[in-house]
Write a protein that binds this ligand. Structure first.
Ligand code: DCM
Length: 126
């Protein structure tokens, strides 16, 4: 399987969830997502997740439990998401338009990418 995108459901000590606003491509720009990205050939999913969070947010994460299995994306890709927490650094939007920490009652205050929405519901249940 070489069409895997990994995402991090990063939760802070107050139970808030980190969400990131996409800058591109134009059809997805402005939508909010779990930070992450494509797994490189031969790369382990969790290694890719740690790498992507370092590149996109400038933080070191510790990867926890997986949320569900393969969530469908367009183009034959699947999205795999893990709970995570930050062990080093303060998140910065290096590749995104903006970042937000969402408290439980704010989880649906942003327009999530359609593919990520069912995962938000799954995270909420955890
Ligand atoms: N994608 C998504 N939700 C995410 C991460 C990615 O729906 N949390 C989608 C957007 C792109 C594709 O996966 O169509 C590849 O993402 P990227 O460009 O970030 O590698």
């Amino acid at each position: 399987m070489d069409k895997v995108v990994v995402g991090a459901a990063i939760v802070d000590g107050n139970g808030r969830l980190l969400t990131a606003q996409r800058a591109d491509p134009p059809e997805l720009a402005g939508g909010w997502e779990f930070p992450g990205g494509k797994v490189d050939p031969g790369e382990d999913d969790r290694t890719a997740l740690v790498r992507e969070c370092e590149e996109e947010l400038g933080v070191l994460i510790e990867v926890g439990q997986q949320i569900g299995g393969d969530w469908p994306l367009a183009g034959g890709y699947v999205l795999r998401v893990w709970l995570a927490r930050i062990v080093e650094g303060e998140p910065e939007a290096k590749e995104h338009l903006d970042l937000r920490w969402l408290a439980g009652h704010e989880l649906y205050d942003v327009p999530w990418l359609p593919a990520d929405l069912p995962i938000v519901r799954a995270v909420q249940g955890r």
